[in-house]
Design a protein around this ligand. Structure first.
Ligand code: PRT
Ligand code: ZN
Length: 226
């Protein structure tokens, strides 16, 4: 599908990474005609098409070679990579650049009245999360026998709802945890947005040349902001 001559770039359609990713593409000189409802946006001055999708879909689109490059949070990227490895699906990609936005951490938090003396306190407990593979990997590394309970939303209310004893969720300011009576205990993963490319050697020369022209411009934009 991406064998057309145009470079295909995946970005989050609507969410925390959308504006910064689009702003970066515009800052490096790519003119885009984005219409809100449409999945695809064509550049008017470069052989580039933008695929606007949910962030969850971006790692797979890159790893399956449906798009050539994509903007994604490292948390989502790592989770999907682990999930695909477990399912024996292609999970290769290359990180072109770590970007200067989308910063957050994936942390374990417990109700403020809970006694917690370290990760061992979660032994035999249930922990609600949207990132079960990252969390299970952490439990295995820490040799803790706890259970990740998958929730795609409202993770922060799970302890109050009696669904879990603790949570593992993304944190940036900490306001959401605080508002839900939760206290951050262990950071298990630190994340920023990254620009990734499908497995090396699968791009046409023209696309590689175009990417090689875009990357120094991204570096220039990031340096100018420092
Ligand atoms: O619809 P779609 O699936 O595309 O979007 P989404 O709802 O899955 O993702 P979105 O837009 O919320 O987040 C996209 C990416 O932004 C994440 O995968 C992270 O890489 C990054 N990011 C950075 C964050 C945050 N900061 C963040 N604070 N993603 C989510 N949050 C949430 C967190 O889950 C919690 O609910 O914000 C709340 C906590 O924020 P604070 O400031 O109260 O601590
Ligand atoms: Zn998502």
């Amino acid at each position: 599908m991406s064998e057309s001559g145009r470079l295909r770039i995946a970005v989050q359609k609507s969410g925390r990474l959308s504006d910064d990713s689009i702003a970066l593409l515009k800052a490096i000189g790519i003119k885009l005609n984005i219409r809100d409802r449409l999945l695809i946006a064509h550049s008017t001055n470069q052989p580039i098409d933008l695929l606007r999708v949910r962030d969850d879909d971006i790692p797979g689109l890159v790893m399956d070679g449906v798009v050539d490059i994509g903007f994604i949070g490292e948390n989502e990227l790592e989770e999907k990579m682990l999930e695909r490895q477990a399912a024996n699906k292609p999970s290769e990609f290359e990180v072109l650049r770590r970007l200067d936005y989308g910063g957050c951490r994936l942390s374990i938090a417990v109700p403020k009245e809970a006694s917690y003396t370290g990760i061992g306190s979660l032994e035999k407990k249930r922990v609600a999360t949207t990132y079960p593979y990252l969390l299970e990997r952490y439990f295995a590394e820490q040799k803790v026998n706890a259970k990740a309970v998958m929730l795609t939303g409202s993770v922060e209310v799970a302890p109050r709802a009696g669904v879990a004893d603790a949570i593992c969720d993304l944190v940036s300011t900490g306001a959401t945890l605080e508002a839900n009576g939760l206290v951050e205990k262990d950071v298990i993963f630190r994340s920023k947005a990254v620009l990734i490319q499908r497995a090396d050697g699968e791009l046409s020369d023209a696309k590689s040349t175009l990417i090689n022209r875009l990357i120094p411009r991204i570096d220039g934009v990031m340096q100018a902001k420092e």
